[in-house]
Every structure is written in C-alpha cells, then in structure tokens.
Design a protein around this ligand. Structure first.
Ligand code: NOJ
Length: 579
C-alpha cells in the first residue's frame, strides 16, 4: 500500500467529551457534522458468530471517538431475514437478536453520548419485510380487508387474473408485483420480500409516528429516511404500463416517485421531531429529478436535510467538482438547510476503487459498478492511483461547508472487494438481475459491505472470533486498523488529522473560490478564518500558496527553486495568514 505523509494530529486538539455537553444543547449540531455510517452487520462482531453486532460497536466506541466524528448513522439493525441486508424490516421497534437487544441499544446510545457522538438510525418507511406482522396478517386476510389495505394489493390482469396488474420492473430488477395464494398481487418496488406500504392508510402513518417516538425516547438524535421519495403513490384503477411510466415526468405528479403530497407526511414527522429538545433531525435519501425537488425534503418544515449524491456520481475532475459544490451551496442558501456531501456508502462501489478504474471515454472514476459487475478484471484497477484520488477527494469534501457523510472503512482507504464468489453473495440486486444485465441499476453491493479488518491477521482480521459473513480478501491485512494506526501518512491517520483539524477550523457555512488558484485541473477555496483547501485533480505538480500546511493527502514535493509543490491527485489544507 502506498502511504502518504500528513500533518500530525495536533496535540492541543479540543477534548471531545468536554465540549459534548455544550454541543448537546445545540439544535444545529447536524449542520456541519461529520457523520460516520456503520453497517452494523459488518463493523465489528462482539459475539463471535461472524455477524457484526452492538457489542462489537460498543467495544469500538473509543475508535470512533479517536477518529473524531460527530455522529454515527446506523444502517438497519431491526429483526430481518436479510433479504435486503436489513432494509427488509420485520419489526420497527426491536433489535435483531443476532445484533443485540434493546438494552444493548440503550448501552450503545449511552456510550456514544458519553463521548459526545450523536446517533442517527435508519427508518425504512416505503416497505416492510414480508415477515412483518401486518404483512402476515394481510396474507391471512381476505381481499379488500383492512389488513390488505395497509399494503398495495391488486387483482391481476388476464382472464383469471394470472398476469400482474402492470408490467413494472422492481428497482432491483425482476417483476415489481408478486402473486399471493388467493390470486391477488402485491406491489414491491424492491425485492419481493419488501412489500410497499400504502401510505394512504392512517394506521401506517400512525405506526411510523409511534416508531419515531419510540427511538427518540431511547435517545436517538435523528433519522436517515430510506427511499424518502417513494412513500406516496397514486395508483389509479388503470395502471400505466412500464413504458408509459417511463414517460411521465417526475415533477410531483409521477404515480410512484417524488409526489408532492409526500411532504405532508414529513410535515407530520417534523412535529414529532420538534417535540424533543434538541429537535430530532432527519436526512432524506431521495432520488429525485432536480436539485429543486430535493430541496423540498430538506425543508425545515420537513425532514430538514437531504443527501446530495452529486459528488458520489461525479468523475474526479475539477470542473465537475466545482459546479457541484457551487450548485449545492446555492441550493442550501435557498432552503436554509445545510449541504451534504457523500463519496461512498453501502450501496455503491467504494470511491478508492471507482477512482482507480480504467478510464472510460478518457474520464476516470464514474462507471464503477457496471464495470465491476460486468466482470472487469480486478488487476486492471489502479489501486494506488484510486486511493491517492480518494484521499484527495475526501480532504476536499471535509473542507466543504455542510455535513460530510462517511462510510465505514473509507478511513482505512479500503477498496471494493470485487471478486466475491457468486454463491457467497447476499445482495438481492445481484440475484434479481440477469447475468448479462448487472449494470449500474442491478449493481451488486456486497463488495463494499465486507466486514472491516481490525488486525493484520487472526480470524476475520480481528472482525470477530469466528469468521465473517462475507469473505475477506488477503489484501485486507495491509488496510487493517492495526497496520495503519500510528503509521505516519496512513489513510487512517489522515482522516484522524483532518477530522480533528476540521473541528478546530469549522466556521460559517460559506466558501470563496480562489480564482488565482482555480486554473485547469486545480481548485482552491477558502473558508472564513483563512482555512484554504487546494486540490490538484491533474497529474502535474502545482505550486503551494503561502500559508501553514495543516493536512495533506500526499507528501508535498520540492520545486526547482525549493518551492513547495502539490503533486497530482492530492489536496492540501493551509492556514492563510490573516491580515
Ligand atoms: C436504499 C438503501 O440505501 C438500500 O440499501 C436499500 O436496498 C433500498 N433503499 C431499499 O430499502
């Protein structure tokens, strides 16, 4: 692994627990938080059964504290048959026994809060699992019954109703309707084990308010809302065909996605959030057509914040990054929310790998999933270059105004595990798409969900005592926490240094592009107080401007006249002298 020097972690970094109380009282804590996503089944296994759990997370709270994050977002930990990695929820107000207990959840909240870290949990309101008590009741109840009305049941087409009500395809591929024994069909936008709720039903609405209060009462600080744009649907008697659906603009009137009335639901949720002090926060996962439509989810009268996936979808290019940042900041200024930045999460190919993929049309980094899923040979990935760029992009991200959402393992510079044998894959997106059609939409997501390496060797690289539920490759050893901890220039130490500095430097939610620096493949911007970020997206070194170097993603070079030079694919943070 290539390692790159960074500045040392400042010894005078503020004590995290000391300022916790003050920040606890701060209702705006989320606006510029560094939020670390934990995929619970793959973070740390405290019980030694190959599956991550709360005991494992609790044992790693000191690690999280040292990393310097402000909040943890926990992907679903609810009882689930894992048809979709836990996004198929059997019971919204309980813990999967393989992950822990409610008492352990309380302990986790207390441990995190004790070191000043907030907790966001994932809420999955578009669909339950097919094992949810309501869905089981629906299956046992007759057509037209109240139990069926909590979901979306329809008679089929054709003489005997043998055809699905419409020819729609689910997001994961395959049919979006499944037939039940009495001949009716139910809608599932995702896997067949994930029946969509009918949000026109008052009991569904009430039950989710109860769930929000249940977790808020247990001390959670906020919620990440899964498929936030999918809840409201308008399913007329005559359903459009898949081809017709495609043609309908997603401008608030599409039958399935991003309907205007979904915001009535979130206005109700906001009232619940505001019952608490500080108010609970919401962040929407909303795949919508325009930034304007995303803004509705981020409204202070609604969820308050929404993910922007623009950076995650971008090439590693100065022009694209600048446009995205400017657009998102302008959008936030309008809505009053703060911007969000994401480079990796549990649904996409890790950014260290994306940026090292063979260029397509001369552009690096974008087509990760389809390239890998189409069987792109792993040895064509330039891992060193990918990681260099990933580190540069991460420092760029952490210097931006707003919230940075980080995904577990990116702080180790982890790459995607591309070559998981088919018979060990878990992701329904992989299984539901035809082998020739495993492109961006049918992406298999197991490769970024492989359990983390904590030690160089040992069973499952220190993840737990008894293996790991997805296979870990040998190269995990050199990316382990043990290998990187204390190693100058390691990715872990770069994240620690950057997060610590960020806390110290954090300032107004604004930036100014430095037009002198923004030339060609270079972007420079300054935050109030003299915090300057310079990123070189190109290959040739560029001169480093005046100022104290705070953190770098790669070792600075020396120019012919002794001038400090920033190499290609690198970022430096400087403190500019203040006049
Ligand atoms: C988005 C989640 O991030 C993804 O993991 C999940 O499969 C779908 N929503 C369906 O819940």
């Amino acid at each position: 692994m290539t390692t790159h020097p960074t500045s040392a972690r400042p010894s005078d970094a503020p004590d995290r627990s000391a300022d916790a109380a003050q920040r606890g009282a701060d209702a705006d804590w989320w606006r510029q938080a560094a939020v670390y996503q934990i995929y619970p089944r793959s973070f740390a296994d405290g019980r030694g059964d190959g599956m991550g759990d709360f005991r494992g997370i609790i044992s790693r709270v000191p690690y999280l504290r040292q990393l310097g994050i402000d909040a943890v977002w926990l992907s679903p930990f609810y009882p689930s048959a894992l048809a979709d990695g836990g996004y198929d929820v059997d019971d919204y107000r309980d813990v999967d026994p393989r992950i822990g207990t409610l008492e352990e959840f309380d302990e986790l909240v207390a441990e995190l809060h004790g070191v000043g870290i907030k907790l966001i949990v994932d809420i999955v309101p578009n669909h339950s699992s097919d094992r949810h008590e309501w869905f089981r009741e629906a299956l046992e109840s007759p057509r037209g019954s109240n139990a069926r009305k909590r979901y979306i049941f329809r008679d089929g087409r054709g003489e005997n109703g043998q055809l699905p009500p419409a020819d729609w395809t689910s997001v994961f591929g395959g049919r979006a309707w499944t037939q039940v024994p009495d001949g009716q069909w139910y809608l599932h936008s995702f896997a067949k084990e994930q029946p969509d709720f009918n949000w026109g039903h008052p009991e569904v609405r009430e039950d989710f308010l109860r769930t929000l209060r249940f977790w808020s009462d247990r001390g959670v600080d906020g919620f990440r809302i899964d498929v936030a744009h999918g809840l409201s649907k308008d399913l007329a008697e005559d359903l459009p065909s898949a081809a017709e659906l495609e043609e309908i603009p997603k401008d608030g009137n599409h039958p399935l996605w991003d309907r205007d009335e979904v915001h009535e639901i979130y206005a109700e949720w906001r009232k619940v959030f505001d019952e608490y002090d500080p108010p609970r926060i919401g962040v929407a996962e909303a795949w919508v057509e325009t930034a304007q439509r995303r803004a509705k989810y981020a409204s202070p009268k609604g969820l308050g914040q929404a993910f922007s996936f623009d950076l995650l979808e971008a090439d590693f290019e100065a022009e694209d990054f600048r446009r995205i940042v400017s657009d998102n900041l302008a959008q936030s200024a309008e809505t009053g929310s703060s911007s969000t930045w994401v480079l990796s999460n549990h649904d996409v190919v890790r950014h260290a790998t994306r940026y090292g993929l063979p260029p397509r049309d001369g552009r690096p980094g974008k087509q990760g999933a389809d390239w890998i899923m189409a069987g792109g040979p792993e040895d064509e990935i330039d891992r060193d270059l990918g990681l260099r760029r990933a580190r540069a992009a991460t420092l760029f991200e952490l210097a931006l105004p707003g919230s940075a959402y980080l995904y577990q393992g990116e702080e180790l510079g982890l790459h995607e595990v591309a070559d998981i044998p088919d018979d060990q894959r878990q992701d329904p997106a992989f299984w539901r798409s035809a082998p020739g059609d495993r492109g961006q939409d049918g992406l298999g997501r197991d490769g970024c969900r492989v359990p983390l390496p904590w030690t160089r060797d040992g069973s499952s690289f220190g993840f737990g005592e008894d293996g790991s539920h997805l296979p870990q490759p040998d190269w995990f050893a050199e990316y382990s926490v043990e290998a990187e901890e204390g190693l100058e220039g390691s990715t872990l130490e770069m994240y620690r240094a950057a997060l610590s500095r960020r806390r110290e430097l954090q300032t107004d939610e604004t930036l100014t592009w430095d037009e002198e620096l923004c030339r060609g493949e270079v972007l420079g911007f300054e935050r109030p107080g003299g915090w300057l970020n310079v990123t070189n997206f190109g290959d040739s070194p560029v001169a480093v401007p005046e100022g104290d170097v705070l953190v770098t993603s790669a070792e600075l070079e020396s120019g012919p006249d002794g001038q400090r030079m920033l190499p290609g694919a690198a970022t430096v943070w400087l403190r500019r002298p203040q006049r």
